[in-house]
Design a protein around this ligand. Structure first.
Ligand SMILES: CC(C)(COP(=O)(O)OP(=O)(O)OC[C@H]1O[C@@H](n2cnc3c(N)ncnc32)[C@H](O)[C@@H]1OP(=O)(O)O)[C@@H](O)C(=O)NCCC(=O)NCCS
Length: 200
């Protein structure tokens, strides 16, 4: 299986065996507050998510990886989506169980995903979104060198109604100059087949 190893974290595709861990992490309305899904209330929900994530990865649509802290176990999910092959860009999104907030896991996982996006997948630009009211997520993105580029109005359909989002971007040369590019990352195994052409 394709895996990315950082100093304390390993990122890999979630498998059906990870459903109980994902349930425990996202059975928490603070974690999923800004999302169109959750909190998980039944084990079938993370099971369905894991199956769907495998389909999206096989189709080259989205590459979601489980963040595993090598001492503490699964911590959350981070993924790349909205790929534009023509323009060499995609978006990153992350959620972590509450016990992992403020732990440095977000920073290391972003460093690993930046290496994946820019080096292994040859992207030129990595973007991200946050809800303007989600100050923690906004500060966390600024803290890992994303630049705030503007507000997209009514971008996200949420159960509570239409939500604006902040949009952030990080360009390849900005990543290369950032401290995060200095964090050691080792890739093991082959990229999922649908993403290998992006890397070529
Ligand atoms: C978003 C998320 C991945 C960030 O990870 P994290 O470990 O919490 O982030 P960090 O601790 O590295 O950074 C958070 C920053 O916000 C600051 N912060 C924390 N609470 C805050 C608040 N209520 N208001 C403003 N800033 C806040 C922290 O001080 C830190 O800033 P600093 O680096 O300048 O000190 C994590 O909080 C999470 O999973 N949240 C739930 C899911 C989610 O909202 N995902 C993002 C969707 S866009």
């Amino acid at each position: 299986m394709f895996q990315l190893h950082g100093p304390t974290l390993t990122l890999r595709a979630p498998t059906p065996d990870d459903a109980p861990a994902l349930f425990a992490l996202a059975n928490d309305d603070e974690v999923t507050r800004w999302f169109s899904w959750g909190p998980y209330t039944t084990i079938e929900e993370p099971q369905a998510y894991i199956a769907r994530a495998a389909e999206r990865s096989a189709a080259g649509e989205q590459l979601d990886l489980l963040i595993v802290h090598r001492e503490r176990g699964p911590a959350g999910i981070t993924g790349l989506s909205e790929f534009s092959e023509r323009d060499g860009r995609c978006m990153i999104g992350t959620w972590l169980g509450r016990d992992f907030w403020g732990s440095g896991v977000n920073r290391e996982s972003k460093a690993i995903m930046m290496r994946l996006a820019f080096e292994l997948l040859g992207q030129h630009r990595l973007g991200s979104y946050s809800n303007p009211a989600n100050e923690r997520s906004t500060r966390a993105l600024l803290g890992v060198d994303f630049r705030h580029e503007g507000v997209l109005r009514d971008w996200h359909r949420h159960p509570a109604g239409w939500l604006d989002v902040n949009v952030f971007g990080l360009l390849r040369e900005e990543w290369e100059a950032s401290e995060l590019a200095g964090i050691e990352v080792r890739a093991e195994g082959e990229l999922p087949a649908a993403f290998r052409s992006a890397a070529a």
